[in-house]
Design a protein around this ligand. Structure first.
Ligand SMILES: [Zn+2]
Length: 239
């Protein structure tokens, strides 16, 4: 049996037909793939367009809900933080404040007399709170000394405000009364409203005079006498 590497003529023709058929099939398959790919693109794109408004609305709703919840949480936190005043105590008072700037402003405005400054140097002072606490105690002790009134074991609260306007707003909220005071001692609440912008030694001494008078008498004197005695303390605080 002869051995040949080449196919016979008929076989060659048959081979070529098969190859051509095979190539055609490949082309058809490729074109089908392309069509399928295009149709997928179109379907996805159209589907995206159909679904997108709904998706967008849903996303908007979700985003707005998340935004609303976040907003409410922020407002709650801010209101809680804003409402919560910080405080420190002295021998006679609790000092309430909103921020450290208020303390710095008060401390800068509160110049003591030479005698009181000498007393201040004896105190251990590290922070601005320490210094204000020491000044408050020194002034209140001097107010007792000049008025010769030393009520036992009295305490009161000092609420600091950045400005007189803030203090007046707080006063209006509490008493529904419009005033133009830069400071005010509430006998009812045993609370001193103090604008740090306006608080100097004489203003503070005057209000401390009211505090001393209020705690000294079993029955509080009339408002006019209260005022006279507070003015006396104010006048003589630097004696
Ligand atoms: Zn007064």
């Amino acid at each position: 049996m002869p051995f040949s590497f080449l196919p016979e003529k008929n076989n060659i023709l048959s081979f070529c037909v098969r190859v051509r058929s095979y190539l055609r099939n490949i082309c058809v398959f490729t074109s089908m793939l392309q069509v399928t790919h295009k149709s997928c693109q179109v379907e996805l794109t159209s589907g995206y367009h159909k679904k997108s408004p709904v998706k967008r609305r849903l996303n908007r709703v979700r985003r707005s809900r998340i935004g609303n919840i976040a907003g409410v949480i922020c407002i709650l936190l801010c209101s809680v933080i804003g409402a919560e005043a910080q405080e420190f105590t002295t021998s006679y008072a609790v000092v309430q404040y909103d921020n450290i700037k208020q303390l710095q402003r008060l401390n800068n405005n509160l110049f003591l007399s030479r005698e009181m400054s000498f007393e201040l140097r004896k105190r251990e002072i590290i922070t601005v709170q320490n210094e204000i606490a020491a000044k408050v105690d020194i002034i209140i002790e001097k107010a007792q000394k000049v008025s010769a009134m030393r009520p036992p074991n009295f305490h009161f609260t000092i609420r600091l405000f950045s400005s007189a306007k803030d203090a007046q707003t707080a006063l209006f909220k509490r008493y529904n009364k419009k005033v133009k005071y830069i400071s005010f001692y509430s006998r009812r609440d045993n609370l001193l409203y103090l604008s740090v912008r306006d608080a100097d030694l004489h203003v503070v001494a005057h209000e401390f005079g009211h505090v001393v008078v209020e705690h000294y008498f079993n029955r509080a004197p009339p408002v006019q006498m209260h005022e006279v005695m507070a003015q006396y303390v104010e006048t003589h605080i630097t004696d």
